[in-house]
Design a protein around this ligand. Structure first.
Ligand code: COA
Length: 153
């Protein structure tokens, strides 16, 4: 597996990974509520993905094995991680951890000493075990609860 910049040709596969990751792995968050799923997955479209690639203040990375996209992550130049999704086919094989390290590294390269994110319920344990601490109260996003966290690099 390697981690690289996302390319426009990744758009279909990457959106499929994100949508499957939400639908199949994040039950604790969406509880199979169709309205929550629709809101959460609604912006994960190939068209939006290509727009995100072009954003100058945002890095969009994919984890891939050969031609197969296994994970998708993003971090802004201000050090905020916006996406970190693994394919259900590659769960618990180190994909999210490798992506997280790459996103943190990118954030550091952009001059940040701190990384921030909002964790799902599903990923909370993952981030805590990767050195993140909770900051502030949980917030609502897409009808789910998310947990603001940060890590000093
Ligand atoms: C939980 C999740 C983030 C782990 O990522 P992964 O790529 O599958 O797994 P990795 O091998 O990179 O990380 C393994 C770590 O996940 C955590 N983990 C293990 N089992 C877990 C479980 N049942 N539930 C939650 N976290 C678990 C542990 O911290 C584990 O580390 P450890 O083996 O040292 O204890 C991922 O499986 C997942 O559910 N992603 C859904 C999308 C999501 O919520 N993304 C975050 C958006 S903010």
């Amino acid at each position: 597996m390697h981690i690289r910049e996302a390319l426009p040709d990744d758009a279909e596969a990457a959106c499929s990974v994100m949508r499957r990751s939400i639908a199949e792995l994040c039950h604790a968050d969406h509880r199979n509520d169709p309205a929550i799923l629709a809101r959460w997955m609604g912006n994960k479209t190939p068209q939006n993905f290509r727009t995100w690639i072009e954003q100058l203040n945002n890095s969009l990375l994919v984890a891939a094995e050969g031609d197969v996209v296994l994970g998708v992550g993003s971090v802004t130049d201000a050090g905020r991680i916006g996406l970190n999704y693994v394919s259900p086919d590659a769960r618990f094989q180190g994909v999210s951890r490798a992506l997280l390290h790459a996103l943190e590294w990118r954030g550091a390269q952009r001059g940040n000493s701190k990384i921030t994110l909002e964790s799902t319920k599903t990923a909370r344990r993952f981030y805590l075990s990767n050195g993140y601490t909770e900051i502030g109260k949980p917030i609502e996003a897409f009808g789910t609860t998310s947990f603001p966290m940060s890590k000093i690099l």
